[in-house]
Design a protein around this ligand. Sequence first.
Ligand SMILES: Cc1cc2nc3c(=O)[nH]c(=O)nc-3n(C[C@H](O)[C@H](O)[C@H](O)COP(=O)(O)OP(=O)(O)OC[C@H]3O[C@@H](n4cnc5c(N)ncnc54)[C@H](O)[C@@H]3O)c2cc1C
Length: 470
Amino acid sequence: MDSFDSIIIGAGQAAPSLAVALAGRGDRVALIEGDRLGGTCVNTGCTPTKTLRKSARVAHLARRAAEFGVKTGPVEVDFAAAMARMRERSDRAREGLANWLARTDGVNVIDGWGRFDGREADGRFRVSVGDRVLRARQVYLNTGTRPFIPDVPGLETIAPLDNAGLLALTERPDHLIVVGGSYIGLELGQIFRRLGSSVTILHRADRLAEREDADVSAIIADIMRSEGIDLRLNASIASVGKTMRGALVTLADGTEIVGSHILFATGRVPNTEELNLVSVGLTADARGYIATDAQLETDVPGIWALGDVNRRGAFTHTAYHDHEIVLAERDGLEDLHQWKGADQRPTTYAMFTDPPLGRVGLTRTEALALVGQGRRILISDLPMDRVSRAREEGETSGLIRLIVDAETEAFLGATVFGFGGDEVIATLTNFMATGASYRIMQQALPVHPTVAEFLPTILAGLKPLEKADG
Ligand SMILES: Cc1cc2nc3c(=O)[nH]c(=O)nc-3n(C[C@H](O)[C@H](O)[C@H](O)COP(=O)(O)OP(=O)(O)OC[C@H]3O[C@@H](n4cnc5c(N)ncnc54)[C@H](O)[C@@H]3O)c2cc1C
């Protein structure tokens, strides 16, 4: 009989580490994956995009070479070679994962799509994979999300691309139209522009990445425009259609844009509708996400939801952290875990445009809302062009913003947008985990010349955030 202690459905970014850790604690584990091990991140997300981003950045710096006193010939991108480098990196990452799981005693990787099939009389969950029925007392869901493409009139006449389709191209698009000017659309739009495509980004809102502060959105727009990307804000699509050259997008105001390819970077939806949740008494919310408590257990004891599917983060690091939360609880280590559950941890992420945007906790806009409710908050900003290291690098776009609680003196949020922002933000995130006063960071000794060395200086400029600042 296919009997296990734990079944994990979906091998995303929480599952492999969880499987190995559970097996290490003596569980017999079934890890079910319907597509490719490593999920979105390894196959069509973080790993390939950051690899391709490097090729794009090299091309960009090569074009700027004369600024640094370096002569090059004309810069030409070998698209096939850049894409091959990207695929090689993803393939190696996936193979590494597969080998790790294969050599771990107690982990059984099962190919196929898993779905619940009710419960046994003794309470164990049944999960079917094709003709097999597996049974276990504990089930962990790590099924992730997939791209959402809106139902635009004419969609059936074109071949819309999502992130996976874009990364599978073998020829460089002449003109890539990116629908969606948020994190994924901006990253991919900039990468393909630097690889040599013409790029138009269409964004519904009046500013890019509108979850960020307005001045951050404005800087992103400047960077994109400075690289020759055609930005259309307040762009609502009326229809799409096929033309000789590829695809035609008609906007609500009648504007027509012709491109060779259209990428939809318009959000993601959770992979839950095929799980037959109802057979075990579990329901997803209206958008398909699965609610959990802070320890990531669902409303049905014995079933946990980790990663994007629990809507407590949409990142690899949050999915990975989810597995640590589950293990900490199982091991009774709650006191050792600073952010004991998913309720307490701050939001932290990077947008890997170049320069990157590192973020943790509150934006200025969110802090202002709290000021409106009577909270006393301090804030200090520094434009990146005042940071000596950024000048030396010739990469001066962006800003640093630090936000602290006036009473507790703890950090509430930070934005590090600019050179090294994806790395420097960890200094703030890690410091926030201690809950310590910002004054301690002011006394620390940073290395010169780095972006991080400016953090104490910026803190010296903290001023009350006033309602009127909104
Ligand atoms: C273009 C792009 C770039 C990104 N870049 C970054 C980045 O730089 N940094 C970052 O932190 N995040 C990034 N992300 C987000 C990141 O990829 C996800 O947050 C991360 O993969 C965590 O997802 P997950 O573990 O929830 O599931 P996923 O990685 O989505 O994996 C879920 C897995 O479950 C499988 N599955 C689903 N249903 C079933 C079923 N019924 N049975 C069996 N298997 C099933 C799927 O096939 C899939 O393999 C990016 C995403 C995209 C799209």
